[in-house]
Ligand binder design. Structure first.
Ligand SMILES: [Ca+2]
Ligand SMILES: [Ca+2]
Length: 194
């Protein structure tokens, strides 16, 4: 068992440092916007916003993200450009990982058009467009170890905003035995020896 087990929460708006949902109006500490249809500079940190009128509440233990908020007490998503917004979440995974399990649930305003793991589009287990008010969110599960990389792994979510506000809500996790990144000292190689 060379490395610790990997058990990381990938949910939007989840503060992994404190293991609580990030306060409204604060930046997400892990998710990044890497494509922004509004033309704002990328990468940028999305803001945790309140569920806009019509959106379902965020999944338990997560928050809605948007590329902007208006500074009001409600911390609502701003009206923004139509087009594609790509959100990315990366984590480190050891080359010794066994039995990886990536699970994701996603809703968006207006629809989720693609979800990729390390650049490979995932086939959903369930869901059609994962709209903000769809009872059935987009649902993905990956257990194929060949889809993971030693070192940095990234999930990307393409969100298509038809107009008005844009938002993304993901509940997700990655589990893998021996999957936490760790330094391995090769057998017989004692760095402290002269
Ligand atoms: Ca986080
Ligand atoms: Ca919209």
């Amino acid at each position: 068992m060379p490395c610790d087990d990997l058990r990381e929460d990938l949910s939007t708006g989840f503060d992994n440092g404190t293991a609580t949902v990030t306060p409204l109006g604060d930046f997400d500490d892990d998710w990044q916007l890497v494509v922004d249809a509004s033309g704002a500079p990328v990468p940028s940190s999305p803001t945790v916003v309140s569920a806009y009128p019509g959106w379902l509440p965020a999944f338990v233990g997560s928050g809605w993200l948007s590329n902007a908020e208006d500074g009001s007490a409600a911390h609502r998503a701003l009206f923004t450009s139509a087009g594609i917004y790509t959100y990315e979440r990366c984590w480190c995974m050891s080359g010794y990982a066994i039995d990886p399990l990536l699970g994701l649930l996603a809703r968006g305003d207006n629809e989720i058009t693609d979800v990729r793991l390390n650049g490979v589009s995932l086939v959903p287990v369930a869901g059609t467009i994962g709209a903000f008010n769809d009872a059935q969110p987009m649902e993905y599960e990956v257990t194929d170890s060949t889809m993971f990389l030693p070192g940095e792994n990234c999930v990307q979510v393409d969100l298509d905003n038809w107009g008005s506000v844009a938002g993304l809500n993901v509940s997700g996790s990655i589990f893998a035995d021996d999957g936490a990144c760790c330094e391995i000292t090769p057998a017989g190689d004692d760095a402290d020896s002269p």
